[in-house]
Design a binder for this molecule. Structure first.
Ligand SMILES: C[S@@+](CC[C@H](N)C(=O)[O-])C[C@H]1O[C@@H](n2cnc3c(N)ncnc32)[C@H](O)[C@@H]1O
Length: 282
């Protein structure tokens, strides 16, 4: 697990080396370490150690073209933290974190509980390694539930009795889809979001960050597509208009749809452009 200073999107990170290394020779039986995984690559990129050689090699392939790849990943975490704080300040005290990734501190429940001490969070991912770490590291936390689901099946997730016992779906929810939709085909993502909008209570919020092809060098997009082709989660790039489409049926709050570095932050654009926004589902 990595630890990051609050509100610090990039550069310095502190790594919590106390957690067991994935390279200690033992690989859990349900983990496929023969091909890279988005969760483990991202973990490596932000300074974690829950990854394998195959993941590190894949990250280096991207970093060969984008030396500050790590800064891009950390800038995304910065958005996640600021969006979580903003939603908690708006009174949201229950969250569904779709594509939660390997635990990284501060986790969403830690961010939300700064403003909402009783906040409840459901972490969702479909990568078995994430579930292993979610259960070990996040679930012992107060108000936390970890579920193994594919976000592309909103009904199956929202109807899960464990989720329904954990959250009160008569009250607004913060739905987080941070750095995950570029692993979901464009037309599927639009339909999936439409379903979540219908399934979640009025007044719920959506927070999204996603890679945008406009503003990213075509060679970088091509490299991302190649690298992720070998993984279990092929990469999909979107134009600005295609990112805007993800927010159809919801109302963006200030500052609208902007680079992750610039969402309520005075940051500079980065070589992998990630657009981000937080919107009220109407
Ligand atoms: C790049 S990580 C992002 C982690 C975290 N949201 C963040 O921004 O720090 C993307 C995560 O999405 C997960 N993921 C990809 N496709 C998914 C799907 N269809 N359903 C659930 N999780 C998915 C991956 O396993 C990975 O853990």
């Amino acid at each position: 697990m990595t630890t990051q200073p609050h509100g610090s999107p990039a550069e310095q990170i502190e790594v919590d080396w106390s957690w067991t290394s994935s390279d200690d020779g033992w690989i859990p039986p349900d983990i496929d370490a023969s091909k890279p995984s988005a969760a483990r690559m991202y973990d490596y990129a932000i300074g974690g150690k829950d990854n394998y050689e195959v993941d590190r090699r894949a990250v280096h392939e991207v970093a060969g073209l984008v030396p500050d790849f790590r800064a891009c990943a950390l800038a995304n975490r910065g958005f996640l933290i600021r969006a979580g704080h903003a939603l908690a300040e708006l009174g949201i005290d229950q969250f569904i974190d779709l594509g939660s990734g390997i635990p990284t501190s501060p986790n969403v429940h830690e961010v939300a509980q700064v403003f909402q001490p009783d906040a409840r969070v459901v972490y969702v991912d479909n990568d078995p390694i994430v579930m292993t770490y979610n259960r070990a590291l996040r679930e012992p936390g107060p108000g936390v539930l970890a579920l193994n689901h594919d976000l592309r099946r909103p009904h199956s997730l929202i109807d899960d009795s464990k989720l329904r016992n954990h959250l009160d779906l008569d009250r607004p929810v913060g739905l987080l889809m941070v750095a995950v939709l570029h692993f979901v085909r464009r037309e599927i993502a639009v339909k999936v979001l439409e379903q979540y909008r219908k399934l979640l209570p009025e007044g719920s919020y959506l927070a999204v960050s996603v890679v945008c092809a406009d503003g990213t060098e075509p060679a970088v997009i091509e490299r991302l597509e190649q690298v992720f082709q070998a993984s279990s989660t092929p990469f999909v790039a979107r134009s600005t208009a295609q990112v805007e489409q993800l927010f159809d049926g919801s109302e963006l709050i200030e500052p609208g749809l902007v680079d992750v570095t610039q969402w309520r932050n005075p940051g500079q654009p980065l070589p992998i452009r990630m657009l981000s926004g937080v919107a009220r589902i109407s």
